[in-house]
Design a binder for this molecule. Structure first.
Ligand code: NAD
Length: 367
């Protein structure tokens, strides 16, 4: 049976979902909302939707399933607007917001005593890139797609959404909204604060130490990549999960104080233990192997400073899908640069490694 799906917000997440729905359900009619900006034009050009509006309320009554894929603050405003509209009987509404408790609470008030099923959702994959231009049909492959059902959730609604999103290749999991927010404060929201703080501290430092920006290398890059994330989105996330995020900040301050104390005391065994425990913990959690938030696979190629070297590598990798490509100027006397190639999965990375090794003598590092 064909369905009408309405996606509000055709940015990175909404656009990627539209492409995945198209793939698995080519007969579904996909309607889109987007503000009149670049993403609207790109969504049209990439054929993400059958029809597009910049008036949110206009398409809502036509939909069997509504997906809100806008920043959290706007998601809440749209939920309140939907509550005032005459929607189809039995319509299912979901969102993709990075926090869940506030959104679920608002939805339950808005849709109480109405034949509307709301289920909070959070596809746990993403990128520091944004907009329809960055949308990717395989963005959620192997990632967790979290649903936060409550006592009011109808099983048929959950089943419908799981079927709708099957083209994402994501792994579904159900978690309570408050637990979702606590866990994501630790592994996503707080790390964004850390990355940005580190970047700002380094920027300030660079003002009085001019070598700072030349000496940044792989570790610093890894630690600060997410400082390039979209400010609107992250402001919304922190304000919507402030209690948990403040708890994480307090805990971290204590941890920093403890490390400072060890250094002050020149407590060599304790400092060693600190690093050793961190290493063991990271290895035990198998961070590299998980398809979670921002879990990509990087390959670094040291390339000579020669014309067309990047083109040569890209030509070798033709057919392998790249998530990102970055050229880092290295701080080395022989003026090599490092080409950072980011892949979506371990298999693509392994294939690329073999191809580059067999066809060049460039040094490769995998993190
Ligand atoms: P995006 O910037 O790529 O897209 C956001 C979309 O919302 C755009 O189409 C934009 O036009 C629209 N929008 C923004 N502000 C609006 C407003 N005030 N009124 C109407 N429309 C507005 O962002 P995204 O990464 O797709 O994020 C969308 C949602 O997905 C957010 O709720 C975010 O928390 C969640 N999310 C993001 C990630 C990630 O890594 N980026 C991962 C999982 C979930």
């Amino acid at each position: 049976m064909s369905k009408t799906i309405y996606i509000a917000g055709l940015g990175l997440i909404g656009g990627s979902l539209a492409l995945a729905i198209r793939k698995a359900h080519p007969t579904y009619r996909i309607l889109g909302y987007n503000r009149p900006e670049k993403s609207q034009q790109i969504a049209r050009e990439r054929g993400m939707v059958n029809d597009l509006t910049d008036d949110f309320a206009s398409f809502a009554p036509l939909a069997d399933i509504i997906i809100l894929a806008v920043p959290i603050k706007q998601t809440i405003l749209f939920l309140k607007e939907l509550a005032q509209l005459d929607l189809k009987k039995g319509v299912i509404i979901t969102d993709v917001g990075s926090t869940k408790q506030e959104i679920v609470a608002v939805a339950e008030v808005c849709f109480a005593n109405r034949e509307i099923d709301f289920i909070g959702g959070h596809p746990m994959a993403g990128s520091h890139k944004s907009g329809a231009i960055a949308a990717d049909v395989s963005l959620f492959e192997n990632a967790y797609y979290i649903f936060t059902p409550t006592q009011f959730t109808q099983e048929r609604a959950l089943t419908s959404l799981k079927d709708l999103f099957k083209g994402t290749g994501a792994r579904y999991i159900e978690v309570a909204a408050d637990e979702h927010d606590r866990v994501t404060s630790q592994i996503s929201h707080f790390p964004h604060i850390l990355a940005t703080s580190l970047m700002l501290q380094t920027g300030d430092y660079a003002e009085s130490h001019e070598h700072t920006k030349y000496f940044t290398a792989g570790g610093f890059r890894d630690m600060t990549r997410i400082a390039e994330s979209e400010p609107d989105l992250w402001t919304s996330i922190l304000l919507s999960n402030s209690r948990a995020v403040l708890d994480r900040i307090e805990e971290f301050k204590e941890r920093l104080d403890e490390v400072a104390q060890l250094i002050f005391q020149k407590n060599e065994p304790a400092i060693w233990k600190f690093f050793n425990q961190g290493r063991a913990m990271r290895q035990a959690m198998e961070i590299h192997k998980k398809g979670g938030v921002d879990s990509f696979y990087d390959l670094f190629v040291e390339v000579p400073d020669e014309e067309d070297v990047v083109l040569k590598i890209l030509e070798l990798l033709r057919g392998i899908s790249l998530v990102n490509l970055h050229i880092n100027e290295e701080n080395r006397e022989d003026s090599h640069g490092v080409l950072q190639l980011t892949f979506k999965n371990a298999q693509d990375l392994a294939t690329a490694e073999v191809i580059i090794k067999n066809n060049t003598d460039y040094h490769i590092t995998i993190t």
